[in-house]
Design a protein around this ligand. Structure first.
Ligand SMILES: Nc1ncnc2c1ncn2[C@@H]1O[C@H](COP(=O)(O)OP(=O)(O)OP(=O)(O)O)[C@@H](O)[C@H]1O
Length: 284
């Protein structure tokens, strides 16, 4: 397991924010963290990155206990990249170029390799060359998001904690970026993804961790959650992905079970089409 938390409690000021968090996260998977606003998702990510004080409990990284006097040994988690919920919280440089070059300079890349890597990353994220001379704060909201993810990716982490990385992105950019992150995860990396976009969560997650009022309600396989334990979503104040809602409506109308073993949109639509065709009706 890459992360193992045992009975972690976190307070901010006098308020207890995380209650008895226990979970294990394997390497190489995509884990989404979902829950209503204020349920503790960002605080959980900050805990994993050592950005908040742990009041009690144990935190193991690769089976090594790393909490010391309520803080974590951040050198132990240097391979963990963190994309902040608010990108401006992670920008410290005066230009986009410097922001992207920083991690590469720390890796002692040559000037040429830095420039080549930056060109590649601009292409990957559909960002124009002209922004390199600008301040990160002169970018649009969507461009800032892209820069935030890009600048973490250039440091070549093995694990990325992404806090609502696609908020403020147009739908096409959102799909492209999430697909890019999926591709990166499938190369053997680990993604912990906080999002309110249930269609992305259903499309890409291996497992989903559901939070409510600072506690973990459940941590299970994404398909099991969305197709068989949808009640937990409702009870936690969330709605199911649109394609799962469609499947549920078809089942209700047809009074027939739609045979499906995946919560990915294309698989659900194919199963719904098949179920409707079987009844001799046209699927529009
Ligand atoms: N710096 C802080 N000081 C005081 N309370 C805080 C602080 N940061 C978070 N909280 C409280 O902790 C709780 C959990 O916040 P957190 O940001 O982790 O929720 P979240 O699930 O990420 O919400 P959202 O989906 O709105 O981003 C909230 O009640 C919030 O008010």
């Amino acid at each position: 397991m890459v992360f193992t938390l045992k009975d972690i409690n976190v307070c901010i000021g006098k308020e207890k924010i995380l209650h008895n968090i226990t979970c294990s996260i394997p390497r190489g998977r995509w884990i989404s963290v979902i829950g209503t606003s204020g349920s503790g998702k960002s605080t959980l990510l900050k805990t994993l990155k050592g950005l908040v004080t742990i009041d009690s409990g144990e935190y193991f990284f690769d089976d090594r206990q790393i909490v010391r006097k309520k803080s974590i040994d951040t050198t132990a988690i240097s391979e963990v990249g963190y994309v902040f919920q608010y990108p401006e919280h992670q920008f410290f440089q005066t230009t986009v170029y410097k922001e992207l070059a920083l991690g590469l300079e720390q890796k002692k890349y040559s000037k040429k390799k830095i420039n080549d890597t930056i060109s590649e990353i601009l292409q990957l994220f559909d960002l124009p060359e002209e922004i390199l001379a600008k301040s990160p704060f002169q970018l649009s909201g969507g461009q800032r998001r892209k820069l935030a993810i890009a600048s973490v990716m250039t440091t070549k982490p093995k694990i990325m904690l992404l806090d609502e990385p696609t908020a403020a992105l147009d739908p096409i950019s959102r799909k492209k970026i999430v697909a890019g992150i999926k591709h990166w995860q499938e190369e053997g990396n680990t993604v912990i993804f906080v999002s309110h976009q249930m269609e992305d969560v259903a499309e890409y997650s291996d497992n989903v961790l559901v939070m409510q009022r600072g506690r973990i309600v459940t941590h299970m396989d994404a398909t099991a959650l969305f197709l068989h334990y949808g009640n937990l979503m409702e009870e936690s104040g969330m709605i199911l992905p649109p394609s799962v809602q469609l499947k549920n409506s078809v089942e209700k109308l047809a009074k027939e079970y739609v045979d499906i073993t995946s919560c990915r949109e294309a698989d659900i639509l194919a199963a719904v089409r098949k179920a409707v065709a079987k009844r001799g009706e046209q699927f529009v």
